[in-house]
Design a protein around this ligand. Structure first.
Ligand code: ATP
Ligand code: MG
Length: 173
């Protein structure tokens, strides 16, 4: 079992390519109300969770809700790929503004497995090159997360480690 220590009050950024299992992991380990997913916010603002033209508005709304939750002292999980430094920077900033610790949980599965899963989904229509680019962004992210301000960076490599992970909450005081 891999135990992931997370402060009771944290902003948790899931980091992983499409098909790595972020939403599945979020469902398994967190309450639905704790999870803010980019898909759900795209659906909220555009009636379509795949409408990429709605991404900017969706992330605006997501960040607004995240900030509100952190101000109220609620653990918040961001279920988005979070592969780009600029996407993560907004989360680190929001956490800092609310004196909350930003934590990253990286889900790293073989690209071929993620592709197999993605191909089987009617709601994912991008091609293999897009996934390959995500994989490159993930590789690049490894060296950057701690430097960007994430206070803990938990890395789960491969299915077995992901499935064996358990979350343990650290008391703040
Ligand atoms: P996206 O970034 O596109 O939203 P994601 O990282 O959220 O992708 P999921 O939707 O969680 O990925 O998983 C993709 C597919 O892989 C799902 O159909 C799910 O059933 C399968 N899957 C995810 N995690 C696991 C797991 N731990 N064991 C078995 N199957 C899994
Ligand atoms: Mg997902």
């Amino acid at each position: 079992m891999t135990t992931l220590d997370i402060p009771e009050l944290a902003l948790v950024a899931l980091v992983g390519i499409s098909g790595s299992g972020k939403s599945t992991f979020a469902r398994r380990h967190f309450r639905p109300s704790q999870v803010l997913s980019s898909d759900a916010f795209r659906a909220m603002v555009a009636d379509d969770e795949n409408d990429q033209s709605a991404s900017a508005d969706a992330f605006d709304a997501l960040h607004h809700v995240a900030a509100t939750r952190l101000r109220r002292g609620r653990l918040t999980v961001v279920d988005a790929t979070n592969l780009q430094p600029h996407a993560r920077a907004g989360l680190v900033r929001a956490a800092r503004e609310h004196d909350v610790l930003p934590v990253a949980i990286v889900l790293d599965v073989p690209e071929a497995l993620a592709w197999e899963r993605t191909e089987g989904r009617a709601d994912r229509t991008f091609g293999r090159p897009v996934l390959a680019r995500m994989q490159r962004d993930l590789r690049r992210s490894y060296g950057q997360l701690a430097r960007e301000g994430f206070r803990k960076v938990h890395v789960l490599r491969g299915m077995a480690e992901i499935d064996a992970a358990e979350i343990r909450y650290e008391k703040l005081f």
